[in-house]
Ligand binder design. Structure first.
Ligand code: 5GP
Length: 189
């Protein structure tokens, strides 16, 4: 079934803020008129991550070939690795009448806002910077060097929150998910 108003939705927020947890619950609760855009990345898979589900894990050479072929709607180098959104996938889904959600970091979000000013823009922020650091460290998924790069990026990202139409504070996950569902319904129905 086609959606009344299929939208491109940009979902951004610093690493460790809980974007993945919010989205896992969101996608369980909403209809299938919204699709998660699976990004390409050159970062190594973490334990439990599946190629083609969490990301398409590709080499730096493959990523650079995709840049040359103009295959990305946006891409960025973040914490030492490339991340990018497949342009063809996004346009196909929008043409099918589906909304598409991009879970991307700030540099990529700003590129998409420039190219697609009609996109719905959502920023997830932590209650405090200290809480963000605690969550990022508590994940035990990153090296100390990666944590420090991610915290430095987070400082920049938080300064840009006011460029987004919606800001959700992720204090209590269920509440953040409810807010996201409300935005989704309001923007697409
Ligand atoms: P992680 O390595 O923790 O999976 O992701 C690092 C950051 O890259 C997160 O903020 C995530 O949202 C972002 N990210 C994931 N996919 C993309 C993408 O395709 N483009 C951009 N610009 N950022 C992405």
């Amino acid at each position: 079934m086609k959606q009344n108003k299929p939208k491109l939705i940009i979902f951004t927020g610093p690493s460790g803020v809980g974007k993945g947890t919010i989205l896992a619950d969101f996608f369980k609760k909403v209809d299938n008129n919204i699709i998660y855009s699976i990004s390409n990345t050159t970062r190594q898979p973490r334990d439990g991550e599946i190629n083609g589900m969490h990301y398409f894990f590709i080499s730096k050479e493959e990523f650079e070939k995709m840049i040359k072929d103009d295959a990305f709607l946006e891409y960025a180098c973040y914490s030492g690795n490339y991340y990018g959104t497949n342009k063809k996938f996004v346009s196909e889904k929008l043409n099918e009448g589906k909304s598409v959600l991009l879970e991307i970091e700030l540099q990529g979000a700003l590129q998409v806002m420039e190219k697609c000013p009609e996109a719905v823009t959502i920023f997830i922020k932590p209650p405090t910077f200290e809480e963000l650091e605690k969550r990022l460290r508590g994940r035990h998924s990153e090296s100390e060097a990666s944590i420090l790069k991610r915290l430095a990026a987070a400082k920049e990202e938080l300064k840009n929150a006011d460029k987004f139409s919606y800001v959700i504070e992720n204090n209590v996950v269920e509440k953040a998910v409810d807010e996201l569902i409300e935005i989704y319904n309001k923007e697409t129905k």
